[in-house]
Design a protein around this ligand. Structure first.
Ligand SMILES: N[C@@H](CCC(=O)N[C@@H](CS)C(=O)NCC(=O)O)C(=O)O
Length: 218
């Protein structure tokens, strides 16, 4: 494959994995060509670079391909990490949160979100499990500090943010809880991190990419 003149990110606006990759790339100030993908009609160019066929995929100008969102985040922060996302917390603490998020919590989140496809438990029972596993422990951390690993934003905050947002949006009335949210510290953390210019930027709408279309830079 010919080497490209800029890095290329295959992405899908609402995918939480692609969102975390875009958050890190934008924060690090890495310029990429953004190619919005339609998941049921993925471009041949993306599939040729990454037969695994999930977004995000980052194709670097040196020919390397990163096809895991966390690899893209870490690569972006290795280019530039102005606020020290990589240096918060103790070794392993952030990794443990991300592992719990990406594996058992994501599993429960999908069941809570699409409870009609998983009738072996009620929607509320899926939610209760997700709360016990992940949401309540995150609340405990945020009662102690402004972010998950301490006062400052860490990689773990941004890696978890799109998934916690998805959890909140399944039933916003329940999550927002009127005047008193069930998880006030998490509610506040989510509002703060989604209220930033960075978040607004990564959620900008894009038309799906087609070969020959004018490149969109991000
Ligand atoms: N472990 C991957 C997971 C990526 C993933 O599952 N992305 C979903 C969209 S949110 C996807 O592309 N699924 C394939 C499809 O829907 O065809 C990562 O962290 O990048």
């Amino acid at each position: 494959m010919p080497l490209a003149s800029s890095h290329i990110l295959y992405s899908f606006r609402r995918c939480p994995y692609a969102m975390r990759a875009r958050l890190a790339l934008r924060y690090a100030g890495v310029r990429v060509e953004l190619r919005e993908v339609v998941l049921r009609d993925k471009p041949a160019e993306m599939l040729a670079a990454s037969p695994k066929a999930t977004v995000p995929v980052l194709c670097l100008t040196d020919g390397k391909v990163l096809e895991e969102s966390l690899d893209i985040m870490r690569w972006a922060l290795a280019q530039s990490d102005p606020d020290g996302w990589l240096v918060q917390g103790t070794a392993g603490e952030g990794e443990a949160l991300i592992t719990r998020n990406d594996d058992p919590f994501k599993h429960l989140l999908d069941r809570y979100k699409y409870a009609n496809r998983h009738p072996e438990k009620s929607m509320q029972a899926w939610r209760d499990e997700a709360v016990e596993l992940h949401i309540a422990p995150l609340e405990q951390r945020l009662l102690a500090a402004r972010h998950l690993l301490g006062e400052k934003v860490a990689l773990a905050d941004m890696a978890l943010l799109p998934f916690v947002r998805q959890f909140a949006l399944v039933d916003p009335d329940w999550f927002d809880g009127g005047d008193t949210p069930a998880f006030p510290a998490l509610h506040d953390w989510l509002a703060r991190l989604t209220g930033t210019a960075l978040f607004a930027k990564v959620m900008q709408k894009q038309l799906p990419w087609k070969q020959g279309a004018e490149a969109v830079f991000f």
